[in-house]
Every structure is written in C-alpha cells, then in structure tokens.
Design a binder for this molecule. Structure first.
Ligand SMILES: [Fe+2]
Length: 353
C-alpha cells in the first residue's frame, strides 16, 4: 500500500517524544510543559502542507477473489497490508445462518453488558439481548460492540473456518479473541486504533470503514491509551469523522491519504495493527472480528505504541487479556473506573435471586 509521506523525520521523532510524555506524565502536564513547541510543530506542518498545494487521496481497498492462503499470509498479514477477500466466508455458517432473528431466538433472554459511549454519567447498562436486537430492528441506531458470543457459547466456532484462520495468522502470538459486532442502520464507531491484528468477517448486511496508516498518527494526536485501545484526541472538540469530513475544523486531515472499505456479506477483511479506522453500518449489520497479538510484528510496526501499550495501567495488558476472556466490554468499565461497581451490583442481585 502506497501512501504519501508528508512528515520530516525530526517531526515524527518530536511527536513520538510528546506521546511518550503524555503517557507517563498525563496529557495536561505534558501540554503545560510543551505547549509552545507543540503548537509550533503543528503550525509548521500545516504551513508546509498548505504551501505544497497537494491534498490526501481516497483509495479503495484492494479487493481479491480466490486469494490463496499462502499469499494472504505472506503478502498481507506478514507485511501488515489491509485487504478484502471477496466472498471468502460465503460457505461459512456465520454468513449462511446469522441474523438478528437468529440471535434473538437462541439467546434473546441472556443478559448483556451494553456500553453506552455517549452517556458519561451512566456509561453502561445491563440489558437483555432481545431488547437490544429489537431496538436495532426498530431503527434506534444502537450498536452492540464486542458481543462475547464465542466466550459464552464456544460451539459457534463451527460457524467459521477456524482452521483457515489459524493457518493465516502469525505463528507466535499471545492470546486470541472472537468479538461479534451487531449494529443498526447508521450506527458508527469513531476513529481509533488497537495493537491487535484483526481478520474481520462480514456475516450479515454491509459495513463501511475508513482506514489510515499509523504513519499519520501525528494528525490524530490520540489521548494516551489506558488499555489496549487508542482513541483520537478529544482536545479538538470531538473526533474527526471521515464519513462527514469537516476540514475547516480539522485542517490536517485534508492532507493525508485514506482507504475506503466496503464490506458485503461473506467478505473477509484484514485490518493490521495500529491502523486508524472508523466504522459505519449503512444497514443492520453483524460482523465478527478474530483478533490476535503478535508481539514481534507489533514491535516492528510501531515500536513506540508497542512499548506504551505494554506499559498500560488501566487496566494492564495482562488485566485486559484476562477480562477479554469473559467480555471485552469489561475492559471499558475498568478504564472508566466502573468495573468494581458493576461486579458488586451483579453479585448482590445474584445473591438476592
Ligand atoms: Fe477497531
């Protein structure tokens, strides 16, 4: 994948230093200490890019049909290049059987942990799966992320070609995790990155993504990752939305290249570690990510972010991996300091019933 290299080496090193300071001393203090030089860095970059007259381009993701396992592994996974394999999962049970009705019938009565990203005061709800699915069908735009279907019902492993997935991924990895995403029409996840590899299967409906290489991280200027997930800076009053770009408010995004991805039922998409991405469901959609962590590959792709992620404290990498075995949404609760409250309330209710 070719993208335009627009930064000077010393700008990238400087920015790496700021990210390091943000992580260990907190964003506020780090900004206090480096406010002037930080602003100067961005002003210089902006002036240079503006004067160059060039703007970023939108590329469509490379789409392949009948890609061999060897080529997928050696050319895309090992090199960290995103790709869509059209119809790879057409024969898998998840594509043939999964729907909102399917899950409602099987597990509608089960309680789920629903993280509400918009509500700071009340960031989580304990709901029945059927209520979330009904809400999606009614067009409430709900997005249930990280549904731990396979953690609760491991027999669904038969819904994938697990053998093919295992052969495709890196040899030396720590951990693995299946995460199901069930979203209503127009539901959306803002820009973020994570240090896991992701083979994503579109089981039902459509999905759209915008991807940016980690090289452009200066433009994203993320808040320090507390766990294994990094969000775009909240300092600029919300995150840039590539689906509705506002280049007046976020001028640097005008100059960086992006990849547009459209997924149809049965498509399999490879999303490499640290690539920035935002996701939108143009219609009701069910997809599933298979994630794994290959330490050597991640170290090679972003030594700084790899190091910072190893130093994550809230929760730690080990803590995150432990929580992920039950439900990734628990990591989000730990990050916002609500995990103990959630576990206590749940325990009390269980004792009472
Ligand atoms: Fe993601």
């Amino acid at each position: 994948m070719k993208y335009t290299k627009i930064f000077k080496r010393r700008e990238r090193l400087r920015y790496g230093y700021y990210q390091f300071m943000d992580h260990f001393f907190g964003r506020e203090r780090s900004f206090r200490w480096h406010n002037k030089s930080r602003r100067r860095l961005y002003t210089n970059i902006h002036n240079r890019l503006k004067a160059s007259g060039s703007v970023g381009q939108t590329f469509e993701i490379e789409r392949r049909k009948d890609l061999t396992l060897e080529e997928f592994k050696n050319h895309y996974i090992k090199k960290g290049i995103p790709v869509v394999i059209e119809g790879q999962a057409n024969g898998w049970n998840c594509t043939k059987e999964w729907s909102l009705e399917y899950f409602k019938e099987l597990y509608g009565e089960e309680e789920i942990l629903f993280i509400n990203h918009e509500a700071i005061e009340d960031p989580y709800e304990r709901l029945l799966l059927k209520d979330v699915l009904d809400g999606i069908r009614k067009g409430e735009g709900k997005y249930y992320r990280f549904y731990p279907l396979l953690q609760r019902h491991p027999e669904h492993i038969k819904d994938f070609d697990y053998d093919w997935i295992l052969k495709a991924r890196h040899k030396f990895t720590i951990g693995e995790n299946f995460q199901v995403f069930v979203g209503g029409k127009d539901s959306y996840t803002p820009l973020h990155n994570a240090f896991s590899c992701n083979i994503f299967t579109q089981a039902h409906g459509k999905k759209e993504w915008y991807l940016y290489p980690p090289y452009y991280s200066i433009v994203f200027d993320p808040d320090p990752a507390q766990n294994i997930y990094r969000s775009v800076s909240s300092r600029q009053g919300g995150a840039f939305n590539p689906f509705e770009p506002d280049y007046d408010k976020f001028p640097l995004f005008r100059y960086i290249d992006r990849i547009h991805v459209e997924l149809n039922e049965g498509d399999v998409f490879y999303n490499p570690p640290y690539w920035w991405h935002a996701v939108k469901n143009p219609e009701d959609s069910i997809g599933v990510g298979y994630r794994w962590l290959p330490p050597m590959h991640c170290l090679k792709k972003s030594p700084l972010y790899f190091f910072l992620d190893l130093c994550a404290r809230n929760p730690t990498l080990r803590g995150s991996m432990k929580l992920a075995k039950e439900d990734i949404n628990l990591i989000q609760l730990a990050q916002t300091g609500r995990l103990d409250d959630y576990l206590e309330r749940k325990k009390k209710e269980e004792q009472m019933s």
